[in-house]
Design a protein around this ligand. Structure first.
Ligand SMILES: Cc1cc2nc3c(=O)[nH]c(=O)nc-3n(C[C@H](O)[C@H](O)[C@H](O)COP(=O)(O)O)c2cc1C
Length: 235
């Protein structure tokens, strides 16, 4: 006779004794997803922000790419346009939630927390690693603002190339080695986790959920964090 644990097994349940700190698990799952050949966009995250209207908040969500996890501090990096809708919402309300979903591994990680902007050096380092098309695009696109047509957008790209003192033939010839400065309106955010949930699917919807919480306070550039407390949640 099969045991109850055997029948309701998960793909890889979390240990009975949950680790004190969730981030080694977050990093291990993230790295495993990136190592798989069958998981498209393993660093894609849904990012939820919330615009505040008086006493109510209106959430909005979109995909971005996770471009780094700081396991020691417990934070996650993503990059975007500081004039975008999401940035305006984060300026007004610096709390955000993200979710990773790795379909092929039957795993989900939810992270909630408080954002701060990445340093200029961090944003420069990532910006300079991007393809020239993306670096030009960061200058050309006034993200989240309306534009009359696709051809008007492409005209903006051409104008940007000439405003940067560049030309299409030179870009195509030199590609990645062309120096393009980072626009001041483009950079990173660092989400300092206040809550993490690691979820792994189980038979009969008897999934495994581990939830951690801590407090994070940010005063200017100084971040202080409490210890984590761990709880197992029902599915
Ligand atoms: C898989 C995927 C990854 C994306 N990554 C980013 C990203 O890293 N940064 C970004 O600004 N937009 C990214 N986008 C586009 C955003 O989803 C969104 O359209 C854009 O940031 C504007 O959002 P906002 O108007 O709410 O600010 C990505 C879209 C997809 C589908």
């Amino acid at each position: 006779m099969r045991s109850i644990a055997d029948i309701f097994s998960g793909s890889s349940p979390l240990p009975d004794q949950l680790p004190d700190d969730p981030f080694p698990t977050v990093v291990a799952w993230f790295e495993a997803a990136q190592a798989r050949k069958d998981q498209p966009n393993p660093n894609a995250i849904a990012l939820a922000t919330a615009a505040v209207h008086g006493a109510t908040a209106q959430p909005s969500v979109r995909m971005v790419l996770c471009k780094g996890i700081d396991a020691a501090g417990g934070s996650v990096y993503f990059y975007t346009n500081y004039n975008s809708r999401k940035a305006a919402e984060l300026d007004a309300n610096p709390y955000a939630s993200i979710v990773f979903f790795w379909d092929h591994a039957d795993q989900q990680i939810r992270i909630e927390g408080r954002v701060m902007r990445a340093t200029a050096a961090e944003s420069d380092a990532y910006f300079n690693s991007r393809r020239w098309e993306s670096r030009v695009g960061a200058w050309a696109s006034d993200q989240s603002k309306p534009i009359g047509s696709r051809s008007a957008l492409l005209d903006r790209v051409m104008t940007t190339i000439s405003d940067l003192g560049l030309s299409l033939p030179a870009l195509m010839l030199k590609g990645q080695s062309v120096e393009i400065p980072r626009p001041p309106h483009w950079g990173g955010y660092r989400l300092w986790a206040t809550a993490v949930e690691c979820w792994v699917s189980g038979t009969g919807r008897i999934h495994d959920r581990a939830h951690w919480e801590r407090t994070v306070s940010i005063e200017g550039d100084t971040v202080s964090t409490s210890d984590w407390s761990a709880t197992r949640l029902q599915p």
